[in-house]
Design a protein around this ligand. Structure first.
Ligand code: FES
Length: 179
């Protein structure tokens, strides 16, 4: 995933600070990764390289460990985060079709974030609302009976919200220029 403006400096500063204040043995790798992810929201490749340099170990070792544990995310969280439940009850009534529908509408795969960072998509285990299966959690709101048509509705609502935000931002900027 490409870094956005200013992100490189932010990553270097955060990794530098974490490394400065932490022990730097190979066995400290997991807590180090956790600290960096807590601050950045994810583990960019650049952060993993810098951590590897700091610990004097190969970057491939850091990457291998980060991909092994699913507590680590390698893509930035999208502004809108969609989690599709693939627990048994949801799977039995087409949770996988729900996931595929989101993948198609967002033009990304599960586990990814759209290049504009507006949307990210994940699969999750049972979220405890099986009677509403198939379930998706959209920006922390639980949505039930998420058929492909409902996916279209959810995506349209999110896109509308984004258009509104953009319009507001533009008019605020214009007001600022006029003042
Ligand atoms: S299996 Fe999806 S909410 Fe329980």
């Amino acid at each position: 995933m490409q870094l956005i403006e200013g992100e490189k400096d932010q990553i270097l500063a955060i990794v530098g600070e974490v490394l400065k204040n932490s022990p730097k043995q190979r066995e400290d790798l997991i807590p180090l990764l956790q600290k960096v992810q807590a601050k950045l929201g994810y583990l960019p490749a650049l952060a993993m390289e810098k951590i590897a340099d700091g610990l004097n170990i190969p970057a491939a070792d850091v990457y291998g460990l980060a991909t092994f544990y699913n507590q680590f995310r390698l893509n930035p969280p999208g502004k809108h985060q969609v989690k599709v439940c693939l627990g048994t009850a949801c799977y039995m009534v087409g949770g996988d079709i729900t996931l595929e529908s989101f993948e198609r509408r967002m033009e990304i795969k599960e586990g990814e974030t759209s290049p504009d960072r507006l949307y990210s998509l994940e699969r999750v285990a049972c979220v405890g609302c099986c009677t509403m299966a198939p379930v998706a959690v959209v920006d922390e709101e639980v949505e039930g009976k998420v058929t492909p048509t409902r996916v279209d509705g959810i995506m349209l609502a999110l896109q509308d919200e984004e258009k509104k935000n953009e319009k507001e931002l533009k008019s605020n900027q214009e007001e600022g220029e006029d003042a």
